[in-house]
Design a protein around this ligand. Structure first.
Ligand code: HEC
Length: 181
């Protein structure tokens, strides 16, 4: 079960990536089974966050999907330079700033604490991945896949925190849940 939880997120991403790749390479070749594949994956809308708060987060998210796809293929091909570069692109992009005085933020612009925590976790995990890719010896390739899995897990955890309200989604709950996996 532990194994399953650890690999399910990267496994899903891999499946999406492969589907996207096959779809684009099959374009114009008249493949008969093309219609059966979904054109792309789509992020649903939050069930609870007001539009103003969502808009704040969306701005930081735009490029993530593309960067993650290149990162995934760099790792699959053991292109360590690409892996290091794209892990850094993810880590260094503009992120949400924590407000100095959270009480002063209008209620409909407030972003849940869990989202800030997961943002910090993503930066940290992308940094670990970049460092590993820099010093990679071939026999440690599996480590790279594992570190990628950790990054993907944080993407999924944050999207879950965005989509579904959790009454006790405090910083502590989120990190406890993640470290229990
Ligand atoms: C800090 C929380 C957080 C983390 C970490 C996070 N995301 Fe997101 N992401 C969001 C939220 C919130 C949205 C939805 C914003 C909206 O459309 O309202 C989103 C939307 C997206 C979108 C759709 C963007 C669009 O324009 O519709 C993509 C693609 C995406 N994320 C990819 C990723 C990937 C890949 C990772 C991991 C490398 C990741 N995200 C990590 C919070 C996060």
């Amino acid at each position: 079960m532990k194994f399953l939880t650890r690999w399910i997120a990267p496994g899903m991403l891999l499946a999406f990536g492969l589907a996207a790749c096959q779809t684009s390479s099959g374009q114009g070749q008249g493949q008969s089974n093309k219609a059966a594949r979904p054109a792309s994956a789509k992020m649903p809308t939050s069930t609870y966050l007001p539009p103003a708060a969502r808009e704040k987060i969306r701005k930081t998210m735009r490029a993530h999907g593309d960067d993650m796809t290149v990162l995934m293929w760099s790792i699959i091909f053991l292109d360590t330079e690409g892996a290091s570069e794209f892990a850094r692109v993810i880590k260094d992009q503009p992120w949400l700033e924590r407000p100095a005085n959270p009480e002063a933020v209008p209620a409909d612009e407030r972003v849940p604490e869990a989202i800030y925590v997961l943002q910090e976790q993503l930066i940290q995990r992308a940094n670990v991945l970049a460092g590993l890719a820099d010093g990679l010896e071939k026999q440690r390739a599996a480590k790279l896949a594992e570190a990628f899995g950790q990054v993907a897990q944080t993407c999924v955890a944050c999207h879950a925190a965005y989509l579904y309200e959790s009454k006790d989604a405090s910083a502590k709950d989120v990190s406890d849940e993640l470290s229990a996996q």
